[in-house]
Design a protein. Structure first.
Length: 137
C-alpha cells in the first residue's frame, strides 16, 4: 500500500512538472530522481511521449541540451544506482525516436538537432560524421 502511494505521488509529480511552464525542480532533475526511486525509466518516458504541449516540449528542449554532451560520450547524464548502461541506452533511443520532430516544430537550433541525430549513430559512424562536434567526451 505504501509503495502504491509513493508510485502515485511520483506519477503526479512527473505529470505536474511536465505541464508546468516553470516547475520548482527542472524536468531533467525530476526524471533522474523518479527513475532512480522507481528503478525504471520506461513509464516516465511514456508519460513524456503523451504530453506534447508547449511546456512539455520546452522541458524536452532543456533536458536534451543538458544531456547531449554526456549521452554523446556514452554516459548517463546522472549518477545511477543500478542499470546505468540500460538506462542510458533506453534514454538515448527514446530521444532519437521522439525528440527530433517535436523539437524541430518547437524551433530549437539546428545544432541541437544534429547532436540528437548523432546519438543515433554508433562507433566510427558517430565520430567520423562531419557534424561531430570535434571535442572529446
Amino acid at each position: 500500500m505504501q509503495a502504491e502511494a509513493v508510485r502515485d505521488f511520483l506519477h503526479a509529480w512527473w505529470a505536474h512538472t511536465l505541464t508546468d511552464p516553470d516547475p520548482a525542480v527542472p524536468a531533467y532533475e525530476v526524471l533522474a530522481l523518479i527513475t532512480e526511486a522507481s528503478a525504471t525509466l520506461t513509464p516516465w518516458l511514456n508519460t513524456w511521449e503523451t504530453l506534447t504541449d508547449h511546456a512539455a516540449d520546452d522541458h524536452l528542449a532543456e533536458a536534451t541540451a543538458k544531456w547531449e554532451c554526456d549521452l554523446l560520450g556514452d554516459q548517463l547524464p546522472w549518477d545511477a544506482w543500478e542499470n546505468e548502461e540500460e538506462t542510458r541506452t533506453e534514454l538515448t533511443a527514446w530521444l532519437v525516436r521522439n525528440a527530433p520532430a517535436r523539437l524541430r516544430a518547437h524551433g530549437v537550433s539546428g545544432e541541437l538537432l544534429e547532436r540528437i541525430r548523432l546519438l543515433g549513430l554508433t562507433g566510427r559512424d558517430r565520430w567520423e560524421d562531419p557534424h561531430w562536434p570535434g571535442h572529446r567526451y
